[in-house]
Design a binder for this molecule. Structure first.
Ligand code: ADP
Ligand code: ZN
Length: 706
């Protein structure tokens, strides 16, 4: 099983020229019979890791997946690549299931996707025993862990796989990398001497940006303005937010839908399908959305609210840019969301609650980082990145710290003088000297620091106070209406000479789309749009999402390379043999049509230049004058004049050629024929008449006859 044999499979079925880092090693471990644990980020390319062994090995590979909706799409995508695959789950009636079971028994399938319930049912176990199972793959394996973020009870039964099939290799795959979860997977699935592969969690094509959660809609509209027609997801915490954000975007003219758990199943499926089919640009959704989708051309993800931890965040942003092309992510961060997330943990048993709170804190640290965000993220997944990434807001706009000691002292003094009775918003009112009803009622205007921070914008104050809380210089009493409290560190700032560094928020950090070179947009852009339309048309005809036919990346490559032969089309990444057969020719035809249109456009552009000459003639300019002005050959100008005459745009040629000259040229044309080339005419006229006069003579006789 040299690299080449596996590479041939990869090229033949998927059209990919190379394995991504680690895919090859993982595939080799699996086909040599080892148990394997694969940790790879969302969009990293896990499917290939078990699908290529499935194709290589004799027999059938059984894939256990918790997501029924995803099964359908994955099987569809496999079939389009010419791979014999099917799925079995509770969404099918018994006849359908029986038909697939027969296909399994007769050895027609290479891959079978099943839900965990189905896997463990008695009749399926019975069927399995009669098959030659080459490999078990447990996708989303973190669902097995009580400590993970997607715990599913059915998954805990999967330990039975090894009991029943001790000799069949098992591959567990997940995008969750924390150690507890990893241990759980290894133990519960009872993997034997497993080889653990931890791929890099870096997804360099995803840009990272964190913004304070102020003026969110305005920021989102700015963001969208730069990304016309680019598909994206906005994650919100509440159902209400999903609906209201979608409504605001619709009001601004965007094609946006919403998706949350309270909607009827049918409506949710309809929205999801419309998004997959590129019929809706934007979906505002609770985290329920996206779990079951594989859409590779999601170009951006926005978190309207803070997620609950870094794993969830990374999984959610990971849904952007699966095709490897640049994609943007934007997280809105607010203290209000931190408190909401904390309150949602209140009912958990103590041990789990502590763990989840610690995870939430790690996410806060990420959101507040003043160093390259990718460094912070990757450190969470246990990776050290030496260089700054250059693709996060901090790298783009390094944060400047300043001496915030006096500001901190003003805030702490107000907290102290109000007898620690102020929540954040009221503290800001006091510092700013706002004359509100509450300030008056509580007599807060009498405090000595009232108005001491008038010169600082309230949004900046909010941001600074948050920084003070998060760096432990100020406490917040969650159990007492979020009132602010001083602690030992605050005392040191007030009285002990302790210095405080603060950072100013950059509200203009909305990632800009990198400007492309103009001609790339013009050439690649126009053809890409045509190919995209063709893809959409084919997809609609066949009832599949467009990305199932070809990814954006594949279309971009086609638009750049313009392949018009089968061989060159097969060179494009993502064009495997079966896709070549099914779609290749449609795309080749479109590329050829595009080229033809381009040529015609070019000719037309050329063809119209004689009209410019006509305009200049009308201004009284001589042919010589025009040739000079337009930096062209005199002969070209006379050709224009000939054409203009033939088209009837010029009444007569008398300004340019005399009657006597016409007669001599007419004689020569009698001898050589009206279709003669210029050179023999020139020669037979003994060089007495210049070429341009001959050209005009021909035009005269073409129009009036010899
Ligand atoms: P995951 O399951 O890890 O989230 P997928 O298996 O869906 O990721 O892969 C993400 C995308 O990357 C898919 O569009 C897939 O076809 C593509 N991909 C995977 N491996 C390769 C490769 N070796 N070369 C090019 N594209 C790849
Ligand atoms: Zn960075």
């Amino acid at each position: 099983m040299g690299l080449s044999e596996l590479q041939i499979i990869l090229k033949k079925y998927y059209g990919y020229g190379q394995f991504r880092p680690m895919q090859h090693e993982i595939v080799q471990a699996a086909i040599s019979g080892k148990d394997v644990l694969v940790l790879m980020p969302t969009g990293g390319g896990k499917s290939i890791c078990y699908q290529v062994p499935a194709l290589y090995l004799p027999g059938i590979t059984v894939v256990i997946s918790p997501l029924i909706a995803l099964m359908h799409d994955q099987v569809e995508a496999l079939k389009r690549n010419g791979i014999a695959a099917a799925y079995l789950n509770s969404s099918q009636d018994w006849q359908e299931q029986a038909a697939i079971e027969r296909q399994c028994a007769s050895g027609q399938l290479k891959l079978l996707y099943v839900s965990p319930e189905k896997l463990l049912s008695d009749n399926f176990q019975f069927l399995l025993k009669q098959l030659q199972v080459s490999l078990f793959a447990v996708d989303e394996a973190h669902c097995i862990s009580f400590w993970g973020h997607d715990f599913r009870l059915e998954y805990t039964q999967l330990s039975k796989i090894k009991e029943h099939f001790p000799d069949v290799p098992l591959m567990a795959l997940t995008a969750t990398a924390d150690k507890l979860t990893r241990q759980d997977i290894l133990q519960q699935l009872a993997l034997r001497q497993p080889q653990v592969f931890v791929a890099s969690f870096d997804r360099p094509n995803l840009s990272l940006t964190v913004l304070p959660a102020q003026d969110r809609i305005k920021r989102i509209l700015e963001f969208l303005e730069e990304r016309p027609f680019k598909a994206g997801i906005i994650y919100c915490l509440s159902r209400k937010a999903c609906e209201s954000v979608a409504a605001r975007l619709q009001a601004a003219g965007y094609n946006a839908g919403f998706y949350h758990a309270a909607l009827p199943h049918q409506q949710r499926m309809k929205t999801q399908q419309a998004f997959l089919n590129d019929d809706i640009q934007i979906v505002c959704a609770t985290i329920a959305f996206g779990m079951g989708i594989d859409k590779s051309n999601v170009r951006w993800v926005i978190h309207y609210n803070l997620p609950k931890n870094i794993e969830s965040y990374y999984q959610e942003i990971g849904r952007a840019g699966r095709d490897g092309l640049p994609a943007d992510t934007l997280l809105f961060y607010s203290f209000a969301d931190v408190m909401k997330q904390r309150s949602m943990l209140e009912d958990l048993p103590q041990q789990r609650r502590d763990l989840q709170e610690a995870k939430l804190e790690r996410l806060q640290q990420y959101a507040e980082a003043h160093i390259c965000r990718r460094k912070v993220l990757l450190a969470y997944f246990g990776e050290v990145q030496e260089e700054n990434c250059g693709n996060c807001d901090v790298c783009r706009n390094p944060h400047q710290s300043f001496d915030g000691t006096v500001l901190a002292q003003k805030a702490f003094s107000a907290v102290a003088r109000s007898k620690e009775s102020l929540p954040v918003s009221l503290l800001i009112d006091v510092l700013r000297g706002s004359d509100t009803e509450e300030v008056r009622r509580k007599g807060l205007f009498r405090i000595k620091t009232y108005g001491a921070g008038r010169d600082v914008h309230p949004l900046d104050w909010r941001n600074y106070i948050q920084q003070l809380i998060n760096t432990g210089l100020l406490d917040i009493a969650y159990d007492q209406h979020q009132k602010l409290r001083l602690n030992g560190a605050s005392q040191e700032v007030l009285f002990g000479g302790k210095k405080v560094a603060l950072y100013k928020a950059d509200l203009n950090a909305v990632p800009k789309v990198k400007a492309k070179p103009k001609n790339e947009v013009a050439a690649g852009g126009e053809l890409f749009e045509r190919l995209r339309k063709l893809r959409k048309k084919l997809a609609d005809e066949q009832g599949v999402p467009p990305y199932v036919i070809f990814s954006d990346k594949t279309l971009h490559e086609m638009a750049a390379d313009c392949p018009v032969t089968e061989d060159s089309m097969l060179q494009v990444s993502g064009v495997g043999r079966v896709k070549m057969e099914n779609y290749g020719h449609d795309f080749i035809t479109e590329i050829m049509a595009f080229r033809k249109d381009q040529d015609e456009k070019g000719e037309k552009a050329k063809g119209e230049t004689h009209l410019v000459t006509l305009d200049l003639l009308k201004t009284g300019l001589s042919p010589e004058g025009i040739a000079e002005k337009r930096s062209m050959q005199l002969m070209t100008v006379y050709s224009h004049i000939a054409t203009l005459y033939l088209q009837g745009r010029l009444e007569s040629l008398e300004k340019f050629i005399s009657q006597a000259e016409l007669e001599k040229i007419g004689d020569a044309l009698y001898v050589h024929g009206i279709d003669s080339q210029l050179k023999p005419l020139f020669d037979s006229l003994e060089g007495k008449y210049p070429y341009h006069k001959i050209r005009l003579g021909i035009a005269y006789y073409q129009k009036n006859g010899l």
